[in-house]
Design a protein around this ligand. Structure first.
Ligand code: FES
Length: 167
């Protein structure tokens, strides 16, 4: 039989090791999540989302469309709806633009009379093909990858565009 002081020392030693492991896990798990989280989101954030039948987008026109963000949580509410501009060129040729200005992200509006996208924040302007026309934006509008399947238009959505990570 072990003497009482030795068994108490062993217990305190094991308790110390356990507390150290617990402390390392409490500090380490958030750090690991912070480091590897963006890489995980990059791969699973995008998916193909239907925008509706192509008949809803007349050829030669640009129309606003919305889709439900595939990366959402229940309390997102109306903010889970993401807007995009759909330009139907002809046939199955489209361009789908993010509404966010390439300067600082304000939502751009389409003006059919002048055939320009205008940004209300700092006066950025884009031609109908999304290329930069004037103002502070450093590039044209961000474009979504799209495809036409069974008479419907689909876009690859699920992330907000940035200069370092276009859609
Ligand atoms: S955010 Fe559009 S021009 Fe600045």
């Amino acid at each position: 039989m072990t003497p009482p002081s030795q068994s108490r020392r062993g217990f305190l030693f094991r308790l110390g090791i356990g507390l150290n492991v617990l402390g390392a896990a409490l500090v380490g798990i958030p750090v690991v999540g912070y480091i590897f989280g963006p890489a995980r989101r990059r791969t699973d954030g995008q998916s193909w989302i239907g925008l509706g039948p192509i008949g809803a987008f007349p050829a030669g026109e640009t129309r606003l469309a919305t889709y439900e963000n595939p990366v959402r949580v229940p309390w997102d509410g109306a903010t889970a709806k993401i807007a995009c501009w759909v330009r139907h060129i002809k046939g199955e040729r489209f361009q789908v633009f993010a509404v966010n200005c390439a300067h600082l992200g304000c939502p751009v509006r389409w003006f059919a009379q002048s055939r320009l996208f205008m940004c209300p924040c700092h006066g950025g302007a884009y031609y109908e093909d999304g290329s930069r026309a004037s103002g502070p934006p450093p590039r044209g509008l961000f474009e979504y990858e799209y495809r036409v399947r069974d008479g419907a238009l689909w876009v690859r959505g699920g992330q907000l565009p940035t200069l370092s990570r276009p859609v």
